[in-house]
Design a protein around this ligand. Structure first.
Ligand code: BG6
Length: 531
């Protein structure tokens, strides 16, 4: 993160006044698997935005690489559509596009053909020479994971992997999935470890690139009033929700039916959120120390209840229902999904973090598709005051109802309408002593008019700068798989139907019961209201 990257950023003079005064990063960026959706929807729009803001040099070549034949111009045209649709900047001007796209190239490569990499190396060197950029390369593997190893082997055989490391001349970025269980993740790490050093590997978890996710650490360790309360003495429980209203996007059924909610989102995004909210302060704000602390959280993570997995983890699958007021079909009827599939589209679990800070505090995690709304949040629920001196009311307009005592809750709303909200009790105005829950809100959109950077902008810039703070280290990945794999194995061994829930609801009954058995309830998070 800022302040400890490999490159300092002195202010340069004479730069375009519409662009911030920073030293732009320069490297050849080679995107493998460039025909895929990710390149046009996320990577190129992010690179364009970085260039527009002066973080990326004018000449750094960006080379799309894939199996199909394509000319540079065809690639540029495809990317223009992606950039104009998905980049954050308003309308894309011809002038901007002409300036940016002159360094876009396309090169054909069969990632399984080792010999082809030799010719590829020559092509890259030629482009680097003509651009005047040499010395640093970023290889972004946006391919399917079964091509990771052959791609890296190809680079190695062609002499494109420098030995000795440490000079930052090659960084390889991997998109998930990184394995599908502990054994496969260990195998990939082992195989890649023969070819690349850990410093050369950047495993993307795009959640870590989100502004609000980074803010968890700054909020926790930049304020002194909350941290003393972040422990078992004051906190009743924590809820982490990553909810999506969409079902399975077209073309994704094949992948998702092999993967499911636990592998697709919980094992990575949700556990990363858990790490950030539960970790100890790092010795230094630095990649190594932060990742060391996150690792300790994952190593202390345990099932919330002893015995069978079904005591603490619930798998659900959406049935016919509605989504945003429209009929939504069941998961089993989605394209490229097995009509008898038992794959979970929802997972909820109760976990513990067995360490001094958190012993005895339940962490409830859930994620799923076709839930009522797309909203991700972390809710930290404090304990009730020791003595209930007042009655509490909740009001809608002028109508107020007596309710039970309400706890203080601190909510990090990760997306959308990013916010931090603290629910407190206050006296209801009137002639009685009654408590009314109200929220103290900090909303990003009112505080920062510029809008939030996209996760991929931040992450790509960090790769260019050689800052691996926001990337998952192999031991973290292994620890996350170690926790998740027994759940997957239990589900797959039993091959039981998951619990069904109607599309557009908050998941199956079993998920509700995980909390109600202890007198707790899931929140119904919503970005449409503050609460
Ligand atoms: C991806 C998953 O990693 O995260 C998708 O593969 C999911 O299935 C997505 O939809 C959610 O990300 P975001 O940023 O839209 O919350």
């Amino acid at each position: 993160m800022a302040g400890m990257t490999s490159s300092a950023h002195p202010i340069v003079s004479g730069a375009d006044p519409t662009r911030p005064a920073v030293n732009p990063e320069e490297a050849a960026i080679l995107i493998f698997g460039a025909s895929g959706d990710l390149t046009a929807r996320k990577l190129l729009p992010a690179l364009f935005q970085l260039w527009k803001e002066g973080f990326l040099s004018d000449r750094a070549p960006i080379v799309g690489v894939a199996r199909r034949d394509k000319s540079d111009d065809e690639f540029r045209n495809e990317m223009r559509d992606g950039v104009s649709q998905f980049a954050r900047t308003g309308a894309l001007t011809d002038e901007d596009w002409a300036k940016f796209s002159q360094r876009l190239y396309y090169r054909r490569l069969d990632f399984t053909q080792e010999e082809a990499f030799r010719a590829f190396r020559g092509q890259v060197e030629e482009l680097e020479k003509s651009s005047g950029v040499s010395g640093r390369r970023i290889v972004y593997l946006a391919t399917s994971p079964d091509l990771f190893l052959s791609s890296v082997e190809g680079l190695g055989k062609a002499g494109m992997i420098p030995h000795g490391n440490g000079d930052g001349s090659l960084r390889v970025v991997f998109e998930k999935p990184f394995g599908h269980d502990l054994a496969s993740a260990q195998k990939i790490s082992h195989d890649l470890g023969r070819l690349l050093t850990e410093d050369q590997i950047y495993r993307i978890d795009h959640y870590l690139g989100k502004e609000t996710v980074q803010n968890i650490l700054l909020f926790r360790f930049g304020n002194s009033i909350f941290e003393p309360l972040f422990n078992r003495t004051h906190i009743d429980h924590v809820q982490i929700t990553v909810a999506e209203s969409q079902g399975i996007e077209r073309g994704r059924g094949g992948y998702y039916d092999e993967s499911g909610a636990l592998r697709d989102v919980l094992q990575n995004h949700v556990l990363q959120l858990l790490c950030l909210v539960a970790m100890e302060p790092p010795a230094l704000f630095d990649a190594k120390y932060i990742r060391d602390e996150k690792l300790k959280v994952l190593q202390s993570l345990a099932p919330g209840r002893p015995g069978d997995v079904s005591n603490w983890a619930v798998a659900g699958q959406y049935a016919d229902g509605t989504s945003d007021g429209e009929p939504a079909r069941a998961y089993r009827k989605e394209d490229r999904v097995d009509p008898k599939s038992n794959r979970e589209t929802f997972v909820a679990m109760e976990c513990r973090i067995d360490n001094w800070r958190w012993a005895g505090v339940p962490f409830y995690l859930r994620t799923g598709k076709r839930l009522p709304e797309r909203v991700s949040e972390i809710a930290i629920q404090f304990k009730l005051p020791p003595l209930n001196l007042f009655t509490t009311v909740e009001c809608e307009g002028d109508i107020c109802d007596l309710v039970g005592a309400r706890p203080n809750t601190l909510i990090f709303r990760i997306q959308p309408r990013e916010a931090i909200s603290l629910k407190i009790m206050t006296k209801r105005v009137g002639m009685q002593y009654q408590l009314l829950p109200v929220a103290m809100d900090f909303e990003y959109e009112s505080a920062f008019s510029k809008g939030l950077p996209e996760a991929y902008e931040r992450l790509l810039l960090d790769v260019l700068r050689g800052d691996s703070t926001l990337f998952t280290r192999s031991d973290e990945l292994e620890a996350a798989w170690k926790f998740c794999t027994p759940v997957l194995e239990a589900w797959e061994k039993q091959n039981r139907e998951p619990e069904f829930y109607p599309a557009g609801t908050w998941g199956p009954e079993g998920s509700t019961k995980l909390l109600t058995r202890t007198g707790r309830n899931w929140r119904s998070p919503s970005s449409k209201k503050n609460h």
